[in-house]
Design a protein. Structure first.
Length: 318
């Protein structure tokens, strides 16, 4: 049986990456989100690292498109004031009591009464004549495929079988109020950014949990047969517009590489292999939470990924 524990985390240094600490009871607030920026040259949203919105970074993190993170199981005893935390396998990063995961951080400079931004973020809240104004606009996760599973040489839906992800939003005090099962064309929409205040909407949560047998979220429905490494592709879109004409383009596809009851090293090696095959720079992979000695692990993962690529090419006759 898998180890079961209450969700908790510590926040480490660097780009505010979460570091899991089992057994702690540390209330940190709202959650962890992708830091999003706008690239004026391409007219598209850019995805950056997953950050803590409890210690909002004042500068930009690195461009990132692949996020490697574990599935961990909540036993249903997560604090009673958060009934959304039913027993299930959840994506993790996480914090105490919030079975959320990786939402959106469309953040700007909170010190500015109107239109402020983190230097270089490309966003404005409102009243800018040159930057996209976020007030009154919405963001959406658009899923590019259903949940896929690594079969030893590639990610396939056949390997995943009926196992799927539910993407959900809620306030963490009730059952999820907005949810969708991930599939090509499925989407998870956010409410509009406030037009009245900056104080309540610099970020918003989203979560992901396994629908193991296609019916139930209970941990036993995601038994040993669902162990392994998974891939979920998506894009982030917005209906914000650029002053003077034109809409804000969706991000390039970004990918979550989840692993369940398997090692981080294997999952990271698969992420490196996938990045190489899709011409994604290896420095655009983020491990969340970041393990101790990541650089040593990453070096080994590159070598392991080379072996994976050789097996993939032999299988496909290339």
């Amino acid at each position: 049986m898998p180890t079961r524990f209450r969700f908790s985390a510590l926040w480490g240094g660097g780009a505010a990456c979460p570091i899991v600490a089992l057994g702690w009871s540390l209330a940190l607030g709202h959650g962890v989100e992708y830091q999003l920026t706008f690239d004026h040259q391409t007219g598209r949203i850019q995805s950056r690292q997953i950050v803590s919105t409890d210690v909002r970074p004042a500068t930009l993190t690195d461009l990132t498109r692949i996020y490697v993170m574990p599935f961990t199981v909540a036993d249903g005893t997560t604090p009673a004031l958060h009934p959304a935390a039913q027993a299930a396998w959840y994506s993790k990063p996480d914090i105490t009591g919030y079975p959320s995961g990786n939402g959106l951080c469309y953040q700007w400079d909170m010190a500015s009464p109107t239109g402020g931004q983190i230097a270089g973020s490309g966003w404005s809240w409102k009243d800018s004549t040159t930057l996209p104004n976020l007030a009154g606009t919405t963001f959406t996760y658009q899923f590019t495929d259903r949940l896929l599973k690594w079969d030893g040489t590639q990610f396939t839906s056949a390997a995943a079988g009926v196992t799927q992800l539910q993407a959900f939003r809620g306030d963490a005090t009730t059952a999820p109020t907005v949810a969708t099962t991930t599939a090509s064309g499925a989407a998870l929409a956010y409410t509009a950014v406030s037009t009245a205040t900056q104080s309540t909407n610099p970020h918003s949560n989203a979560g992901f949990r396994l629908l193991g047998d296609g019916v139930s979220f209970a941990p036993e429905a995601s038994g040993p047969a669902t162990d392994g490494i998974y891939l979920q592709g998506m894009q982030v879109a917005s209906n914000a517009t650029i002053p003077g004409g034109g809409g804000v383009g969706a991000s390039d596809p970004l990918y979550m590489v989840f692993y369940k009851n398997t090692s981080f090293e294997d999952a990271y090696a698969v992420a490196v292999s996938f990045a190489t095959a899709h011409a994604i720079p290896l420095n655009q992979i983020q491990a969340v939470p970041e393990p101790t000695g990541l650089m040593l692990v990453a070096g080994g993962a590159v070598l392991a990924a080379a072996g994976l690529m050789r097996r993939f090419r032999r299988r496909n006759g290339t």
